[in-house]
Design a binder for this molecule. Structure first.
Ligand code: ADP
Ligand code: MG
Length: 318
């Protein structure tokens, strides 16, 4: 598409790259001895966001969901490439999108070094981010062992509660809804926490599809099971009065888009994990224990296993 559009909105100084936007390829020099962590996420209008969603929030989210994947590996963000498909080049819209995108990338030292821009009927944004990590140190999904603690960062269910409220599936007082709605539009990737957990956590994942579904990925890849204590799961303050509602329980256990980290760690790491989380200003909470037997049981305050209706979002489910 128009070169001046790219020049105007997506060309920045990239001191962390050898060559940034403008040539056929970007050139980057990894820090000697580091491994690269590479991830991509796609946001498509009508599927991942609504046509009326604001551009700055979309820019933020494009960056946040990708940085969250680096966070879940414990990697340090370095570079990104952006793929944009738009029906028309709306200058003011793109300026706001770029503002949201760069604010999030800049906040994590991630430089946009290239991309592709094309016309298409459906607005689509893809970002590829590249991070660095010491060899053999990445927090994979496969490292959990039986008898370890299961932890989460922040509060779980904010984004799904906001979505349920917005779609009229859950009644919430205005004041409570206002507290969870930002989670839907402005998720916070836990990049610093992920880095701080390297060497402490045995496995990690970011919660994009729902707590049970994403923890389920750790369990499956690690060949273990787990028990969760529902009462221990940290929920947003605003949600406390609604937890008797099935829609609210489902938001916490199966709702996606929170981008908090779920991770496992041996019990002797508890104090070190608390200290590492405190050092980066993020709350972490123990919510259960892994076990040798496969499967995931969530128990209520009476110790009864709770039914988990939906276990995460499946794009190809019919
Ligand atoms: P090519 O035909 O070689 O793919 P393009 O015209 O697509 O070149 O892009 C020109 C330059 O602008 C390249 O360096 C490319 O990486 C960069 N670029 C294109 N679109 C974007 C974008 N949305 N964000 C950042 N850089 C972009
Ligand atoms: Mg191109």
């Amino acid at each position: 598409m128009e070169f001046d559009l790219i020049a105007r909105h997506f060309t920045r100084a990239t001191p962390g790259a050898v060559l940034g936007v403008g040539d056929d390829c970007a050139l980057v020099s990894p820090t000697p001895g580091k491994q690269l962590a590479v991830t991509t996420d796609l946001l498509i209008e009508g599927r991942h966001f609504m046509p009326q969603d604001g551009p700055a929030g979309l820019g933020h989210k494009t960056a946040a969901v990708n940085l969250s994947d680096l966070a879940a590996m414990g990697a340090t963000p370095r570079w990104a490439t952006l793929q944009i498909a738009l029906p028309a080049a709306d200058d003011a819209w793109l300026a706001a999108y770029a503002r949201g995108l760069f604010r999030m990338l800049d906040g994590h030292g991630c430089e946009l070094v290239g991309g592709d821009t094309t016309r298409a009927d459906v607005r689509t944004f893809g970002l590829t981010v590249i991070g660095e990590i010491d060899p053999g140190r990445a927090l994979t999904r496969s490292g959990a062992r039986p008898g370890e603690d299961v932890w989460v960062s922040g509060a779980i269910g904010s984004a799904a509660l906001a979505l349920a409220y917005r779609q009229g599936r859950l009644f919430m007082e205005q004041i409570h809804a206002a507290q969870v709605l930002p989670a839907l539009y402005l998720p916070t990737p836990r990049v610093e926490l992920g880095r701080a957990l390297v060497g402490l956590a045995s496995a990690a994942i970011d919660i994009s599809d729902g707590l049970c579904a994403d923890l389920g990925h750790i369990l499956a890849r690690s060949g273990v099971g787990a028990e969760l204590d529902f009462a221990a799961v940290p929920v947003p303050e605003a949600a406390r009065g609604y937890l008797h509602e099935a829609a609210a329980i489902e938001a916490v256990l199966a709702g996606g888009d929170d981008y908090e980290l779920c991770f496992t760690a041996p019990a002797p790491q508890r104090a070190a994990i608390e200290a590492a989380a405190a050092a980066v200003g993020v709350r972490v909470t123990r919510i259960g224990t892994t076990r040798a037997r496969a499967g995931l049981d969530v128990r209520d305050a009476q110790g009864k296993v709770m039914p988990v209706a939906r276990t995460g979002y499946d794009h190809f489910a019919t």
